[in-house]
Design a protein around this ligand. Structure first.
Ligand SMILES: NC(=O)c1ccc[n+]([C@@H]2O[C@H](COP(=O)([O-])OP(=O)(O)OC[C@H]3O[C@@H](n4cnc5c(N)ncnc54)[C@H](O)[C@@H]3O)[C@@H](O)[C@H]2O)c1
Length: 433
């Protein structure tokens, strides 16, 4: 069994750390966030993931998993070093590499023996060359002191642990096939197709996969709007289309558009990567533009239902996270959408089952976030559903109808695709009125 250091214990890093400890490796998770590490040392997950607490406690109790804020403790004498820091979107849409380069610098300072630096962050083509430069500034030479590999993560937030242990595939890119094989072998015990490629190819497998998922979301939202204009129900159309094995059913669900920490930034980074090399990817651009217009479409439907006026109206919102079963609000569609409602003069009160605390950090006091859905919706002019949490369908809609000013319901996720609750009028995505 191997010794692994994991730099950055966010969603990907922490799941990788507990997953690798579960496979029997000896893992040290390192993060510069002291609060996060203090929690992890006590076995407390810093965010919600199904099963994470149990796996974390098991890893710590077995002695296979430790946490630290000290890079040297995770790096010195460790052959395998995972880098799972974030690569957020920069102002121009490209990937911001500052965390990756800062982490590379501290690894460069702490390296003692030959190590394989395994990048798990979604990192554009060219980023590993930038790492080589930073490491050289710290006196560490590729091939002599370390080698590089790229090992993309395909987990879905919410089911991250399950996805790590049951992945659709494990991909490792390296220039040297023996290095790729060594990294693949860390996943022994995982039953999945295992693919070794070049570094660029592995990076582009990750970007192309996310662009494809984004494309499916934009595609079905486009078909949904066409269906609505023709008086057809897209949910039935999507089911019939998805049954074709060449197409499949995943990501064919109309909604407010894709958001979250990955798809928007990864699609934009792919566009920028191509543009910087002189190719202008109109098709990828169209996926993004269609996603943006879905937000405008929802606001338009809401405004239309309110008689063309948003100024002075109060909107009760259900759902702030970028998808159900996570507490992650990063880059959620709710953020630009609710700020636009505010800008047009509406007041917003909102409820989310798990994302209230993260949403409060993002929205500050721009919107009112309540701990109870009935309080958030009391007295509003219209209700807007933005995340497909199943429990929203179970609310007492008869009670809510009695407590709102007008029973207008805009269902942008289709939890009421069979029809709005009795006494409500409004809009259902892909169905229309
Ligand atoms: N979240 C997902 O669902 C997902 C899925 C697949 C791939 N990815 C990719 O994985 C990467 C990480 O995403 P995430 O969601 O886990 O991010 P995150 O923000 O949750 O985690 C990043 C962690 O790195 C830490 N960090 C930053 N700089 C550091 C440094 N110099 N030294 C030590 N720690 C440092 C931060 O404190 C944070 O805890 C991104 O590139 C993302 O695109 C994410």
């Amino acid at each position: 069994m191997a010794k692994i250091g994991v730099i950055g214990t966010g969603y990907v890093g922490l799941v990788s750390a507990v997953g690798m400890a579960h496979l029997g490796h000896e893992v040290v998770g390192m993060d510069k966030d002291e609060e996060k590490i203090a929690k992890l040392k006590r076995g407390i997950p810093p965010f919600y993931e199904e099963g994470l607490e149990e796996y974390l406690k098991r890893g710590i109790e077995s002695g296979k998993l430790r946490f630290t804020t000290d890079t040297a403790e995770a790096v010195a004498g460790t052959r395998y070093i995972f880098l799972s820091v974030n690569t957020p979107m920069d102002a121009d849409g490209s990937a911001d590499l500052s965390q990756l380069l800062e982490a590379s610098r501290s690894i460069g300072r702490a390296l003692t023996d030959f190590s394989i630096l395994i990048v798990r962050s979604t990192a554009p083509v060219g980023s590993l060359d930038a790492m080589v430069e930073v490491l050289a500034q710290e006196g560490k030479i590729r091939g002599r002191d370390y080698e590089l590999a790229y090992n993309p993560e395909f987990l879905r937030e919410g089911t991250g642990i399950y996805d790590f242990l049951n992945p659709s595939r494990v991909v490792v890119g390296a220039d040297d096939p023996t290095i790729a094989k060594e990294v693949i072998d860390l996943y022994e015990g995982i039953d999945a197709p295992k693919l070794t490629t070049g570094i660029k190819e592995a990076q582009l497998i990750k970007y192309a996969s996310n662009a494809f998922l984004a494309m499916r979301v934009s595609f079905i939202n486009e078909i949904a709007a066409v269906c609505e204009s023709l008086g057809a129900n897209v949910w039935e159309v999507a089911e019939g289309v998805g049954l074709d094995p060449r197409i499949g059913r995943q990501y064919l669900r109309p909604g407010p558009g894709y958001g979250g920490p990955c798809l928007p930034k990864d699609l934009m980074a792919l566009i920028r990567m191509a543009e910087e090399r002189g190719y202008f990817p109109n098709f990828l651009e169209a996926i993004h533009l269609r996603n943006e217009s879905q937000k405008r479409r929802i606001i338009w439907k809401l405004k239309e239902a309110l008689g063309g006026i948003l100024t002075g109206k109060s909107i009760g919102v259900l759902g702030l996270t970028f998808k159900p079963n996570t507490d992650d609000v990063r880059n959620s569609v709710s953020i630009p959408l609710l700020y636009r409602l505010k800008k047009q003069g509406a007041e917003v009160s909102a409820y989310d089952p798990m994302g209230r605390e993260s949403a409060k950090r993002i929205f500050q006091d721009a919107i009112r976030i309540e701990d109870d859905p009935y309080t958030a919706l009391r007295g509003v002019d219209a209700v807007l559903i933005l995340t497909a949490w199943k429990e929203f369908a179970q609310l007492d809609w008869e009670r809510i109808r009695r407590e709102v000013k007008s029973p207008i319901l805009i269902d942008s996720v289709g939890i009421f695709k069979e029809g709005l609750p009795k006494g409500w009028k409004g809009w259902i995505v892909g169905v229309g009125r």
